[in-house]
Design a protein around this ligand. Structure first.
Ligand code: PHE
Length: 444
């Protein structure tokens, strides 16, 4: 069955191709935009530590489980749950994933659009603030539409020609540029204070919200809880090792997030800005670094080009989940699926695009006092991912059975026997327990 499916559904060309594409999904605005502002809002180093703990103890097991489910069933999330447990209600979890992907994409493409706009803004030495930039409806909406169309065009191209080819070239360039910029950031005057904020923990600042944010950020950043890794795993070649691929992706993603913090905080403190600036943090801090280096506008433009591309490799995976569902289950043509879903994304994302200084009530919603974009991020980028990961863990342990998953993760390699016990413990007890406690805390 699988070789037939591989032929008709496409498959990654190589292991490296897969790792780069999956890392491309994981690495994106989540690392460079969302991670630093969450660290800033949650008091610095303590958040960083909690985040790392969440990545290792919760993120990694869920990642391995999602990849295994995809590789074993060779299906989109809905089809994957159905293939293991036909006729039951579990496919609803798959549907939730598809919907969550569309929900995240709707506001993610708005932020990605700003990153695209900043390329031109920096080249033109346009010194306007982020607020006045985002408050221009022509920019906000147009950039959002352009970014969504770009995503649609790549996903239309399919697996090998679209997603894999680009990821292979662009991810390494992003890493190189990050390192160069960090060297500048940490040598700015007053950078030491930023390093202290980032690396010296103050646990008195940790609350339930800090934990919830750290866990949500770990899932968001690793693209977990909504089926992206199930879908990407479904294109893995038969002989690929889930364990080493999953670990490489998690490692690469975490490395980029840590580096992004190292870039932002020294420059932020050196400029005398506040770390709890919120979602606009990177857009305010980065231009200051660029203005302090020679040929800063060229370097700055290069950075925002790479950031936009990193965002693109993530939006591709968000769109691919829903596309794979319509192609596999409803037998739609890829082209039709891509355009119909993109249309939905445009409608759903419009209020987010208008919520950054254009329509005042969308900027500060009644009762919850956050912007529409902030609300979407909280519902889809935090809550739904945590619920999705919880249901996946329950499914793996009680329906699919942990033994089956372990068999796929280790591929029968004796050297990997030692992961069996920790995986069992984390999947059956630790992950569900922690997520349930945090969700209860969230509701009350
Ligand atoms: N992980 C991506 C990022 O960090 C965002 C994403 C979330 C992509 C969920 C796919 C699924 O930017």
């Amino acid at each position: 069955m699988s070789s037939d499916n591989q032929n008709s559904r496409g498959c990654w060309n190589s292991r490296l191709g897969f790792i780069l594409a999956a890392a491309g999904s994981a690495i994106g605005l989540g690392n460079i935009w969302r991670f630093p502002y969450k660290v800033g809002e949650n008091g610095g180093a303590a958040f960083l530590i909690l985040y790392l703990v969440c990545v290792v103890l919760l993120g990694l097991p869920i990642m391995l489980a999602e990849l295994s489910l995809g590789k074993f069933t060779r299906r989109n999330p809905v089809g994957a749950f159905q293939a293991i447990k036909p006729g039951g209600n579990w496919k609803i979890v798959g549907f939730m994933g598809v919907a969550t992907g569309v929900g995240i994409l709707s506001y993610y493409a708005v932020m990605a659009g700003y990153s695209l706009g900043y390329i031109v803004k920096i080249i033109c030495c346009d010194g306007r603030t982020f607020e006045s930039f985002a408050a221009n409806p022509a920019y906000s909406i147009l950039l959002f539409v352009i970014f969504t169309i770009l995503t649609a065009l790549v996903v239309r191209g399919g697996i090998k020609n679209g997603i894999e080819r680009w990821a292979k070239i662009l991810m390494p360039i992003l890493l190189g540029l990050l390192v160069i910029l960090i060297i500048r950031s940490v040598t700015l005057e007053g950078a030491g204070e930023g390093l202290a904020f980032y690396f010296r923990p103050d646990f008195s600042k940790v609350t339930g919200k800090t934990l919830l944010d750290a866990l949500g950020q770990a899932f968001f950043s690793l693209s977990l809880g909504m089926g992206a890794m199930i879908t990407y795993g479904s294109y893995l070649p038969e002989d690929a090792s889930i364990f080493s691929s999953g670990c490489s992706v998690a490692l690469f993603d975490t490395l980029i997030a840590i580096l992004a913090g190292l870039l932002i905080f020294p420059a932020l403190f050196s400029a005398g800005l506040q770390p709890d600036e919120g979602p606009s943090l990177v857009f305010k801090v980065l231009p200051r670094i660029f203005s302090s280096i020679p040929a800063g506008n060229i370097v700055g433009a290069a950075f925002f080009i790479l950031l936009s591309i990193a965002a693109l490799t993530s939006t591709i995976s968000l769109l691919e989940v829903a596309t794979a569902y319509f192609v596999d289950e409803k037998h739609w043509l890829r082209k039709k699926a891509v355009w119909v879903i993109s249309g939905m994304v445009l409608v759903l994302g419009l209020p987010s695009a208008l919520s950054q200084g254009i329509v005042p009530w969308l900027e500060d919603l009644p009762i919850i006092h956050t912007s529409f974009l902030g609300m979407m991020d909280w519902i889809f980028g935090n809550l739904m991912l945590e619920v999705g990961a919880l249901l996946l863990a329950i499914f793996v342990v009680h329906v699919w059975k942990t033994n089956n998953v372990i068999g796929i993760i280790t591929g029968g390699r004796p050297g990997l026997k030692m992961i069996e016990k920790p995986f069992r413990f984390l999947m059956a007890f630790f992950c569900p327990l922690i997520i349930i406690i945090l969700l209860i805390f969230l509701i009350f």
